[in-house]
Design a protein around this ligand. Structure first.
Ligand code: A3P
Length: 320
């Protein structure tokens, strides 16, 4: 099997060598594949799942562009879905495992080894744009929950994330202004950001019972209403009894930024993102606020990104 895998990797690098590329955020090349930009490790995983992946009909996919609230969405959906086993050990795994180890990524851990998944938990996450998802997912009845976020906050979050990753690899990060320029030109892993958002937005309009479209800002504003909506959408609504017992609030508190970011596993634990050195779990928890971009971008940069988003989303019915 490992020889097969090596062969496959060789084929993928052959495909990659034919694709348009640019110098990306991490100083390595980004490749343009099916109208989106990818870092090599994401693209290899994507090509592999496009070819091999088959979902279970009960799978629920958590989709997002990086740094738009993936970790929070994983925690919430995992906690909601496994709450009936609360007395057992499953829900408490959020207390000892970081959310990314509770819900695995399609194009990373599952691409490397489909056997990695816990088939009792039907959640799988992905950063893959809607139009690039494996056909087996699109044609299935699987539900998809998409989260997105203000572009300025997503960008700032992304810059800090990448800069921390690079520093931990002893690489000097690119200046924020340079990464901003790339981002405004659509260049980021899984970018352009606006096309990522639009793909899921349009699909959610077309298949509302299949795709739930959420924003980080709305979830922050009324987390309880969204937890209820998530439960309904996943087919495990809160009972009246649960609501009276404060179950919704318990889950929200357990998944809050304050709670999760202060857990030992998320403060001092480490994990592997790809084949490079292990990275700190704490990198996934920075500030967890709306509007933090103002502390890092000039008003001109903010206005520029707003203009781009407005122009790109024009006519779609979506405002971010
Ligand atoms: P900031 O960098 O703005 O703080 P992702 O999970 O998609 O990688 O996104 C990371 C962003 O979500 C970071 O934003 C991070 O701090 C924030 N975040 C992580 N856990 C959160 C939680 N439980 N509630 C709200 N925001 C959270």
């Amino acid at each position: 099997e490992s020889a097969e895998r090596k062969n496959e990797a060789k084929n993928y690098s052959e495909v990659m060598s034919t694709l348009p590329k640019v110098k990306g955020l991490r100083g390595n090349d980004f490749y343009l594949y099916q109208r989106f930009w990818y870092a090599p490790f994401s693209l290899e995983g994507l090509m592999s799942v496009q070819e091999h992946f088959n979902p279970q009909s009960t799978d629920i996919f958590l989709a997002s562009f990086p740094k738009t609230g993936t970790t929070w969405l994983k925690a919430l959906t995992f906690a909601i879905l496994t709450r009936s086993r609360l007395s057992g050990s499953t829900t408490s795994s959020l207390l000892t495992k970081m959310p990314h180890d509770c819900v695995l990524f399609l194009e990373f851990q599952l691409a490397q080894n489909p056997g990695n998944r816990d088939s009792a938990i039907p959640l799988i996450s992905t950063h893959v744009p809607y139009s690039c998802l494996p056909k087996s997912i699109i044609s299935s009845s699987c539900k998809i929950i998409y989260i997105c976020r203000d572009a300025k906050d997503s960008f700032v979050s992304l810059w800090y994330f990448v800069a921390k990753l690079q520093r931990s690899n002893n690489v000097e990060p690119l200046p924020l202004e340079e990464v901003f320029e790339l981002f405004c030109n659509g260049i980021a892993n899984y970018g352009p950001y606006w096309d990522h958002v639009l793909g899921y937005w349009r699909a959610s309009l077309e298949f509302p019972e299949k795709i739930l479209f959420l924003t980080y800002e709305e979830m922050m504003k009324d987390t309880a209403a969204h937890a209820t909506k998530l439960a309904e959408f996943m087919g495990c609504s809160f009972t009246l009894e649960e609501e009276e017992e404060g179950e919704v609030q318990k889950i929200i508190s357990m998944c809050s930024f304050e709670k999760l970011s202060n857990l030992e596993v998320n403060k001092n634990g480490k994990r592997r993102l790809d084949t490079s050195i292990p990275i700190q779990n704490s990198i996934y928890f920075r500030r967890g606020k709306r509007g933090d971009w103002e502390n890092h971008l000039t008003p001109e940069m903010g206005a520029r990104l707003d203009d781009i988003m407005e122009q790109k989303l024009k006519g779609s019915g979506l405002k971010l």
